[in-house]
Design a protein around this ligand. Structure first.
Ligand code: NAP
Length: 278
């Protein structure tokens, strides 16, 4: 089977490495010549081009560009495809993309691998990024079953854990466990930087260790991703941020009132609830 990938960055590149290791023929298209050359050098693709015509031979195409470029890419790709070609994307939001792309191409299956690092670009691509991680597929009523099966088969071969849900449910769920953490983590770094005493700020930077590393990781990542999450999942992320502000207010109140038993009860609850997510 020939697999096409448009957008040879962290996600597209990592998919290419895995799919080639599994024996698929992988054809890549990216915006810059140097990305294409690097992708070939790194073994991410069998062949790469700036030109979407390369993907005429693909049976399945993964669109791995930034979110804003996904629907325009599909529009440019369509003249080069045979009607049986299955398209899927990896965008971190689903309703906005599925609503735009499904009317353009009937064999389209929305997808989102729940895996990443703080790096971006083709050099950030790593083998095995998707293994054992969730991969969400969001077919809608009009999505042909054979197209869903085809994408599911490829995703399962990455040893990802496959989940199916409605695009809107995906967006609400990821707003709380993926998009909210990015904003909270960015807010944490910003708040630490607002320390007015330069000596204390410098000391804090020197003392930062595992706790700060864990909690600041997603806020210190690719800004483009955070902006896309907020723009394309605005309603859900605002709902999650408002709920988080309410939780923060409750914690502030407990500490202000020195209500240590209630604070202990709250922290015992969160300690026992965390394993429900991980
Ligand atoms: P990335 O590392 O910046 O890669 C995106 C690549 O797309 C860039 O290397 C760029 O290649 C290429 N590109 C940009 N515009 C293009 C266009 N118009 N046509 C063709 N190629 C284009 O970003 P990423 O982290 O892989 O994210 C890609 C997608 O994956 C996004 O939709 C994101 O929502 C989703 N996603 C990301 C993560 C994550 O944690 N990073 C996780 C899950 C899903 P050139 O160098 O050639 O310009």
């Amino acid at each position: 089977m020939n697999i096409g990938i448009v957008g040879l960055g962290l996600i597209g590149g990592s998919l290419g490495l895995d799919l080639r290791a599994l024996g698929y023929q992988v054809l890549g298209v990216s915006r810059q010549e140097q990305t294409c050359q690097r992708a070939i050098e790194r073994g991410v693709v069998d062949d790469a081009s700036l030109n979407l015509t390369l993907l005429a031979a693909a049976d399945v195409v993964f669109i791995c560009t930034p979110i804003a470029a996904i629907a325009p890419t599909v529009q440019q790709l369509i003249p080069h495809l045979s009607p049986e070609t299955v398209l899927t994307d990896v965008g971190s939001v689903k309703a906005a993309i599925v609503n735009q792309v499904a009317p353009l191409w009937h064999n389209f299956v929305g997808g989102h691998p729940m895996a990443g690092t703080t790096d971006s670009g083709v050099d950030a691509a790593v083998l095995g990024l998707f293994a054992e991680n969730p991969y969400v597929l969001t077919p809608i009523e009009t999505t042909p079953t054979p197209a869903v099966k085809r994408v599911e088969e490829i995703v399962r071969s990455l040893t990802s854990r496959v989940y199916f849900c409605r695009p809107e449910d995906h967006d609400r769920a990821v707003a709380s466990i993926s998009h909210l953490p990015v904003m909270v983590s960015a807010g944490l770094i910003d708040s630490c930087m607002s320390e007015p005493d330069p000596t204390v700020l410098e000391l804090a930077q020197q003392l930062a260790s595992s706790g700060f590393r864990d909690t600041s990781r997603v806020g210190g990542g690719n800004p483009e991703l955070g902006i896309m999450m907020a723009r394309y999942n605005r309603e859900s992320i605002l709902r999650s941020l408002t709920s988080y502000r309410h939780s923060l207010d409750q914690l502030i109140e407990l500490i202000e009132q020195e209500d240590w038993p209630m604070l202990e009860k709250k922290l015992q609850e969160t300690q026992s609830q965390r394993p429900q997510f991980l």
